[in-house]
Ligand binder design. Structure first.
Ligand code: 6PG
Length: 503
């Protein structure tokens, strides 16, 4: 057993935990690691010490007491265990060894309400708790993730130097990501993709919305691919080339970039492209669904985010869909011939829908900050997502700029840059949706986003009739256009047709 003092501890050595530990060690910190199954810890240490001598800074422990005792006080212990009850089990196992002022940092995809509860329970025991969203997958964890921490300011001050060191770096002015470092050669300088988000569950909430946006971002890209394939009959590699071109434009993002690669990947087990052999049924771990459910709860119109969750649900009904395809009819797809124009229109649809998706995400966060009593900095959130995370994209800089111009911006679409982008792109966007509808090609993400756009820009909606219906059958009252807001009226409607209902 090592007698070395460590700067920080980490529990949970699945791939995210391993990579984050190595990233922390790369930045010169001694890190204590612990895993419930010590075999995994031993393997990890053996592999990494063999490969890279600098990783002597990663020190493995087989018992929690010596793991905890090795860490300098106030102790910082990062948890990267499965979200849910495993987190509570780990916290309870650690508690007997912790002292007042020690800090637990949960880096899992926890439900923010769990984080609020844990923070409360632990602060009553004198232990600080930071819920920190971690995004970027395995590579992000290893070379620079986007980190979304929340908790007390005091706890954050203690964690901040390490979090800033290990986070992804972007150019502070342009937001362009700075090249990832080779192991042992960390990037220095630039803006670190981490900032204090707020108290208790704010960090995990923001990470959840990040994932909700990730869901719709992915769905929109899939729809663009599907339309090129079905309307234009393009093969996967050619569509991949289009994505690679788009990656040089305002659409430039991690997800567009990997889509180009995925579409051009040959099938290692046979002829053709791999994407054509991957079963069309999407999995999900739940964070997108949490986002959509919370949007419903808070009354935030995040219909595109919800559409992405529903699209995954629908895709999972593979056998049912195959059966239904033999029964339910649709139009025969008519191939379009003006390929260049259609590809440009699909690009417009993708960009406009993406703007709506982010507008919905920020609108939801805005509702949440009122509901949960947080005060969040939207421009900073976009900057934290600029590097390291799954939704990192060039256009996030435009979001930071938009909130810098107007920190009280009601909706992203009202910022001049985005208003202009919607104005320029909407003809193509509408054309693509019309083609999808006419040809029976599902495009629920594009359509939901457009419905949101058209709904948001409508000074009048048919909710007048809806209020009439509510008042008719339930005396729920209505407001009048010719009276001040807040005055409610009820009218004696014709007698309710009970007799007919009894028939
Ligand atoms: C990230 C990702 C990550 C998420 C996966 C899988 O930011 O690194 O959001 O946290 O777990 O992308 O999510 P689904 O299984 O729900 O698609």
């Amino acid at each position: 057993m090592s007698t070395k003092t460590t700067d920080i501890g980490l529990v949970g050595l699945a791939v995210m935990g391993q990579n984050l530990a190595l990233n922390i060690a790369d930045h010169g910190y001694n890190i204590a690691v612990y895993n419930r199954n010590p075999e995994k810890m031993r393997d990890f240490i053996a592999q990494n010490l063999a490969n890279e001598p600098s990783h002597e800074r990663v020190i493995g422990f087989e018992d929690l007491a010596s793991f905890v005792l090795s860490i300098k006080r106030p102790r910082k212990i990062v948890l990267l265990v499965k979200a849910g009850s495993a987190t509570d089990v780990t916290i309870n196992a650690l508690l007997p060894f912790l002292e007042q002022g020690d800090i637990i940092i949960d880096g899992g995809n926890a439900l923010w309400t769990d984080t609020i509860r844990r923070e409360k329970e632990l602060s009553a025991k004198g232990i600080d708790f930071i819920g920190s969203g971690v995004s970027g997958g395995e590579t992000g964890a290893r070379f620079g993730p986007s980190l979304m921490p929340s908790g007390t300011r005091k706890a954050w001050a203690s964690l901040e130097p390490i979090w800033r060191d290990i986070a992804a770096k972007v150019d502070a002015k342009t937001g362009e990501p700075l090249e990832g470092a080779a192991p042992g050669k960390p990037v220095v300088g630039g803006f670190s993709c981490t900032e204090y988000i707020g108290p208790d569950g704010a960090g995990h909430y923001v990470k959840m919305v990040h994932n909700g946006i990730e869901y719709i971002d992915m769905q929109l890209i899939c729809e663009a691919y599907w339309l090129m394939k079905n309307l234009l009959g393009m093969p996967a590699d050619e569509i991949g080339a289009v994505f690679k071109e788009w990656n040089k434009t305002e659409l430039s993002s991690f997800l567009i970039e990997i889509t180009g690669d995925i579409l051009q990947q040959k099938d290692p087990a046979g002829d053709g492209f791999l994407v054509d052999k991957i079963l069309d049924t999407a999995g999900q771990k739940g964070t997108g669904q949490w986002t959509a459910a919370n949007a419903l709860e808070l009354g935030a119109p995040a219909n595109a985010i919800a559409a992405a969750v529903y699209a995954r649900a629908l895709s999972s009904l593979k056998e049912e869909r195959v059966d239904a395809s033999k029964i339910l009819q649709g139009p025969v797809i008519k191939h379009e011939t003006d390929k260049k124009a259609i590809i440009e229109a699909i690009k417009n649809a993708l960009y406009c829908s993406k703007i709506c998706a982010y507008a919905q995400g920020f609108q939801l966060i805005d509702k949440a900050q009122v509901a949960y009593n947080w005060k969040l900095n939207f421009g900073e959130l976009a900057q934290i997502w600029r590097g390291g995370c799954i939704i990192r994209a060039r256009f996030l800089q435009k979001i930071t700029d938009a909130y810098a111009l107007n920190s009280r911006l009601k909706n992203l679409m009202l910022d001049p840059y985005f208003t202009n982008a919607m104005n320029e792109g909407q003809a193509g966007w509408r054309k693509v949706i019309a083609l999808a509808v006419t040809n029976g090609i599902p495009a629920q993400g594009f359509s939901a986003a457009l419905a949101y756009y058209d709904g948001y820009r409508s000074a009048s909606l048919p909710a007048n009739l809806l209020q009439g219906q509510r008042d008719y059958f339930g005396a729920h009252t209505y407001e009048r256009t010719d009276k001040p807001r807040g005055e409610f009226f009820h009218v004696d409607w014709p007698e309710f047709p009970r007799k007919q209902l009894e028939i």
